[in-house]
Design a protein around this ligand. Structure first.
Ligand code: C5P
Length: 232
């Protein structure tokens, strides 16, 4: 795996016009982008994903799908025709199995979201769960693996334990990355790029530390250098 590709830049921007300008600014320094709900649901958001793929960039659609099995299967089958790389779904067994059917025969890889990182044990209890966040994450990770889901999105802070639990095969993607001394924004459970790679992450998702940098290209290249150094 090329070090270069392990950085995924989150295009958390309001519309394709802003996103296109930003991608142009980063030029050849970044070749993997995440499109979340904000941009996907802006007019032309999915067409912009196609545009990025056609220009040779890889695209991660972070849509966190969850619905009845029939709808999830049909929705993932639609997305599997678009030439994107990764798609997120919630880690409910029915949803995961249906999504797996939907992408069958395509190159689209599914990433399961085990528990939102904004949830703590009290939030899960309020939602009617009797498991702690840790236990729910491990339970769902095991189910994702059994169903044949390609990977998981997880906080870098829980990644070592998750990596040990699921083995080497599944792809682990870590958001909440902050270069040492960086502004945390609303993220609480952060890790540096080097720490996330050492904990077993295959890909790092980085938004604001690059989006808000005075020189975004230099910020992206510094993170790539840190990834390379951590890989040794
Ligand atoms: O700006 P920042 O680097 O915090 O952006 C992180 C990106 O990763 C955002 O697009 C956010 O939606 C996403 N994300 C996250 N935590 C998760 C899953 C996704 O921050 N658990």
């Amino acid at each position: 795996m090329k070090t270069h590709n392990q950085l995924i830049v989150a295009l958390d921007l309001p519309d394709p016009g802003h996103a296109r300008k930003f991608v142009d600014r980063l030029g050849g320094s970044v070749d993997f982008y995440k499109i979340g709900m904000e941009l996907a649901y802006a007019g032309g958001g999915l067409a912009f994903a196609d545009e990025l793929s056609a220009s040779g960039k890889k695209v991660f659609l972070d849509l966190k799908l969850h619905d009845i099995a029939n709808t999830v299967e049909r929705a993932t089958a639609q997305l599997a025709r678009r030439g994107i790389e990764f798609l997120t779904i919630h880690a409910y067994p029915q949803t995961m199995a249906a999504a797996k059917q939907g992408v069958a025969g395509s190159a689209l890889k599914l990433l399961a979201v085990t528990a939102m990182t904004s949830y703590d044990d009290a939030d899960l209890a309020a939602a009617g769960y009797r498991l702690s966040v840790r236990d729910l994450v491990l339970h769902r990770a095991a189910q994702a693996k059994a169903i044949g889901i390609d990977g998981l999105v997880a906080s870098a802070q829980e990644m070592s334990e998750l990596r040990r639990a699921i083995g080497k095969e599944m792809i682990l993607v870590a958001p909440g990355i902050r270069p040492a001394g960086g502004d945390l924004g609303d993220q609480k459970r952060v890790a540096t790029p080097a720490a996330a790679i050492r904990a077993g992450a295959d890909y790092l998702v980085v938004g604001r530390p690059i989006l808000e940098a005075a020189d975004p290209r230099a910020a992206a290249e510094a993170i790539q250098a840190e990834i390379a150094a951590a890989r040794g």
